[in-house]
Design a protein around this ligand. Structure first.
Ligand code: BV8
Length: 257
């Protein structure tokens, strides 16, 4: 049996008998839904920009229209996207494990659209905007026109309800994620470059308390040498295989629908 399949079978056994599971996802889990990964997001007219330079409060302050339009472009891509088999397999896995926490860095809400309910959003989401001054949240479907639109209470510009570089993560989400990482006996780290902190510290936190950490990624990352297992292939391929191996009774439909 090829090495990857052997590792997959071993991890599936660990998954089936795990006590408490944490899954940490990044943009790679949405790549097969057609949502470009964060570092590949700069294609076409955005190719001359660096996401690290756009996803900051300074960029929004300097050029609110440019940053607003970048998010409008990404919102358009997400609106056309559908959850892929990796999203569906993780939603199916949640129904199998009472002690299951899905922590995501993604802002596309494809996990929720696939049926996941225990989702901790570390970096906000694209379905909401918020007043840049009062932080009052406005759902995108109730956001007035404008690039950017203005808050109807104080007239300040609205901004996407995401966490930019240099901004603190939502305290409750961060606390929930680290508590889960400190308690789990298995952490699956799927489709993230493991470059952005404090999210990238979660697998290390889990390793530090003796959990098994499994990295599923199309490439290697700074986490790879430290992970208990590194399964290198696309998430849309590996995650459904893993869940089906761990739970043969899970209908294929339940995973790929
Ligand atoms: C903060 C939302 C403090 C916006 C994003 C140490 C500790 C704390 C902070 C820092 C620290 N060191 C440095 C910092 C600062 C900074 C940071 O980490 N910088 C990095 C670059 C070094 N962190 C911050 O600024 C954070 N804030 O710490 O605040 C603070 C406290 C109090 C008061 C004030 C301040 C905020 C970070 C959040 C930034 N916002 N997103 C938006 O989306 O527009 S980050 C953004 O990049 C994503 O959300 C994601 O979280 C992150 C990483 O992206 P990935 O998801 O990993 O995607 P990427 O493209 O990088 O990689 C894709 C991966 O998938 C690759 O590995 C690829 O191989 C793989 N892949 C591709 N296709 C597939 C696949 N895998 C499987 N299958 C496939 N098909």
């Amino acid at each position: 049996m090829p090495e990857l399949q052997e590792k997959l079978a071993t991890v599936a056994t660990i998954l089936r008998h795990a006590r408490e599971i944490v899954v940490l996802t990044g943009a790679g889990v949405s790549a097969e839904s057609g949502v470009p990964t964060f570092r590949d997001a700069m294609t076409g007219l955005w190719s001359r920009y660096d996401p690290m330079q756009l996803a900051t409060p300074e960029a929004f302050e300097r050029n609110p229209e440019l940053v607003w339009n970048w998010y409008a472009w990404r919102r358009g891509l997400v609106a056309q996207a559908e959850p892929n088999p990796a999203h569906h397999a993780l939603a199916a896995l949640e129904t199998r494990h009472p002690a299951f926490t899905l922590v995501t860095q993604n802002v596309d809400r494809l996990h929720q659209r696939a049926g996941s309910t225990q989702v901790v959003e570390l970096h906000g989401n694209l379905e909401e905007n918020r007043c840049s001054r009062e932080n009052r949240v406005v759902p995108t479907d109730r956001t007035p026109a404008g690039t950017p639109p203005l808050c109807q209470h104080c007239g300040s510009p609205l901004r996407p309800n995401v966490v930019w570089f240099g901004e603190p993560l939502p305290a409750k989400a961060l606390e929930r994620a680290f508590l889960a990482a400190r308690r789990c006996d298995l952490l699956l780290c799927i489709g993230t470059s493991s470059l952005v902190y404090p999210a990238a510290a979660l697998p290390t936190e889990a390793l530090g308390q003796g959990a098994t950490v499994v990295e599923i990624n199309a490439d290697t990352t700074p986490l790879t040498p430290h992970a208990s297992y590194h399964l290198q292939d696309k998430a849309g391929e590996l995650v459904p295989q893993l869940v089906t191996l761990a739970y043969p009774e899970t209908s294929d439909a339940g995973i790929r629908s």
